[in-house]
Design a protein around this ligand. Structure first.
Ligand code: PAF
Length: 281
């Protein structure tokens, strides 16, 4: 497995893959890998002949009061997991390699970045779109895999890839869950044992909402039911519960007629968890 810390190094490595006629599948991550990331790697292996993973805790997608400094990191463990999974190259740049002095260009999906998580975390999707565009330009993959857990992020990435004519195929990979249903996330390790137990309310609410969606319920009643269900858990601090068109993320009302996505953002102590589920009428 090639371990590259500079742009020059990863470019030489991926140029070698392409010169051999091999397609490249990219899995961008912020490290502290878990089974959810490894599902992305497995999918990437079936989508391309060579798999490149990036590990970069991107500072521009964290707000001033967010958890950049406490974001969990374990490079040695991550590298061992990627090696065991058969990844061909890893790119682990320093912040200055990605954001040199004097940079002033950003990528922003003007509408999608303002709604939902974008309201709770202003600037977050600008940081994601900018860094993912840079990673696409540095690595030039044929295909890139992202988790459906970060549903709005996936929509943002699909949108700017289309808008900027970036020749990368975007693949969404289903959320991997713990045995009790909690969506896997690097942030889960920061939950207290009590909050960890209580956090199961997210996936339970979404599972029940999927059944309710089939009863002819309206979008607003379904949203209200999910919000009330989450709020019945005293440890859960509901930040947002939304129901949107699953394709466009536009608001919907009235009886469900097409696939809709329910998106949750819930705090347990200082830890913000998100989860989502596409439901069909
Ligand atoms: O989903 C993530 O881990 C990050 O947002 C990403 C896509 C690697 C960009 O920093």
């Amino acid at each position: 497995m090639h371990i590259c810390r500079t742009i020059a190094d990863i470019r030489t490595t991926t140029a070698g893959f392409r010169a051999a006629g091999e397609s490249v599948a990219l899995v961008p991550t912020m490290g502290y890998l878990h089974a959810g990331h490894m599902a992305l790697v497995e999918r990437a292996k079936s989508e391309g002949q060579r798999v490149v993973t990036t590990i970069f805790v991107n500072p521009t997608q964290f707000g001033a009061n967010e958890d950049l400094s406490t974001y969990p990191r374990d490079e040695a463990r991550d590298l061992a997991m990627l090696q065991a999974a058969g990844v061909n190259a890893v790119f682990l740049p320093e912040v200055a390699e990605i954001y040199p002095e004097g940079a002033q260009t950003i990528v922003e999906t003007t509408d999608l970045a303002k709604i939902l998580i974008g309201k709770l975390r202003p600037g977050h999707f600008r940081g994601v779109a900018t860094v993912v565009t840079k990673l696409f330009n540095i690595i030039q993959p044929d295909v890139a895999c992202f988790g459906e857990k970060d549903y709005q992020q996936l929509c943002v990435i699909r949108q700017f890839t289309r808008d900027l004519n970036i020749p990368v195929r975007i693949v969404g990979v289903p959320t991997v869950r713990e045995a009790d249903g909690l969506a896997m996330s690097s942030r889960n390790v920061r939950l207290t044992p009590q909050d960890r137990a209580a956090a199961v309310i997210l996936s339970r609410a979404l599972t029940q909402a999927a059944d309710l969606a089939k009863t002819g319920i309206t979008a607003s009643r379904l949203r209200a039911w999910v919000a009330a269900h989450i709020q019945s858990e005293p440890r859960a601090d509901l930040q947002s519960a939304d129901i949107r068109d699953a394709q466009t993320l536009r608001s919907i009302s009235g009886p469900l007629k097409a696939p809709a996505v329910i998106l949750l953002a819930v705090k347990f102590g200082a830890v913000l968890l998100i989860d989502q589920r596409v439901v069909t009428p």
